[in-house]
Ligand binder design. Sequence first.
Ligand SMILES: [Zn+2]
Length: 109
Amino acid sequence: MGFFSWNCKQCGESIKAPYDVPEGMEWQNDCVLVREDKDPLIGEYDGYGRIDGFDLTGLPGDPELWHENCWMNEERPLYTGPSDYADDQGFFYDYEERYSDFDISKGIE
Ligand SMILES: [Zn+2]
């Protein structure tokens, strides 16, 4: 099964899988599940729908997720509604920048 993720409610960037995260972007792996009826759950996203072992796919709908930093900056807001599913799956982001060292047009020298 591949990676999947959701976008942070505040900044719109995906919650990142903890693999191959570029330097300086690691904080986007720390996230918060904001719930309507329970306390928020804070932890690391595993890239496969779990926060510290808690399975988000077992929820009735899409979860509301924030980066922990974003949520703290906004002073821990309460539930407002589900996050958007992340097109980059929390992994296939920033692709060109990350792999810019490899120029395929030059071929192998
Ligand atoms: Zn964010």
